[in-house]
Design a protein around this ligand. Structure first.
Ligand SMILES: *Cc1c(COP(=O)(O)O)cnc(C)c1O
Length: 249
């Protein structure tokens, strides 16, 4: 076991259940790893070009700790109310925290307190708020510009036509660094087609910002398509950790 990820409760009660869960997650991880490797192989990419972000929303902190023990270093969360306590509880672990959900400006103070990278930057007001708060807290936060690939910002993301200007704003802002782009495949379109547009946009962005090479795309059902179109970061929940309970209001 990796010492840096060790739980305070190791060797105490609940150990049997924990082993079962650990085996389950290890199996999910092996399967996801194999899918990523196959997707890379299919298009002649090196496996090392793709980082797995384990999306742990709705999962207990203990799952994150197990992932850490299994060697996963990148964790994604989408709701501040849930992510903040988890990230603070696990603050000593060698993890990079990715905030991947829609972000209201009134949550920025909290999110900047634990997130290393925010994938859902989609408007100037948000850039300004993240920058101001990062400076105040003495942090440097990675920002990905989220793209609404269906040109409808309702579900989060900037219109494709606004992405390059927004990226320029991130690049100029203090306390943040421009990582690249992020997208969720739109409903009702083949993911491959949408991810092809994302890649074109990412390449145009890189002409102006050569170091902003991150392309965050691909979830459990469409990771192969995302890898085929250049994803550097895939965000995987279900395939790794099992089905989530339906969201209850
Ligand atoms: C939940 C979520 C994921 C992971 O989705 P799965 O289908 O469970 O793999 C990825 N990205 C975002 C933005 C999410 O909210």
């Amino acid at each position: 076991m990796l010492e840096a990820c060790a739980s305070r409760t190791d060797g105490r009660e609940g150990e049997g259940e924990r082993h079962v869960r650990s085996d389950e997650i290890a199996a999910g991880l092996a399967e996801v790893d194999a899918r990523i490797a196959a997707a890379c192989h299919a298009v002649g990419r090196d496996r090392g070009e793709v980082t797995l972000i384990a999306v742990t929303k709705t999962r207990p902190a203990e799952d994150v700790r197990i992932l850490c023990e299994l060697g996963v270093r990148d964790i994604g969360e989408n709701r501040d109310q849930e992510a903040a306590p988890k990230a603070h509880e696990l603050a000593g672990l060698p993890l990079t925290w990715h905030f991947v959900g829609q972000l209201q400006t009134n949550k920025v103070r909290s999110v900047v307190g634990y997130a290393d990278v925010i994938h859902s930057v989609d408007r100037l007001r948000l850039v300004e708020a993240i920058s101001k708060e990062a400076v105040r807290q003495g942090r440097r936060i990675g920002c990905l510009v989220q793209v609404a690939l269906d040109d409808d910002p309702a579900r989060g993301g900037a219109r494709p036509g606004d992405v390059l200007a927004l990226a320029d704003e991130v690049a100029l802002a203090e306390g943040v660094w421009l990582g690249g782009v992020m997208a969720v495949a739109p409903l009702g379109e083949e993911p491959a087609k949408a991810f092809a547009r994302l890649r074109d946009l990412a390449l145009r962005l890189q002409e102006q910002h050569p170091r902003a090479t991150m392309i965050s795309a691909g979830m459990s059902d469409d990771l192969a398509e995302a890898v085929a179109y250049g994803a550097t970061h895939v965000r995987i929940g279900t395939a790794l950790l099992g089905r989530r309970k339906p969201f209850v209001r």
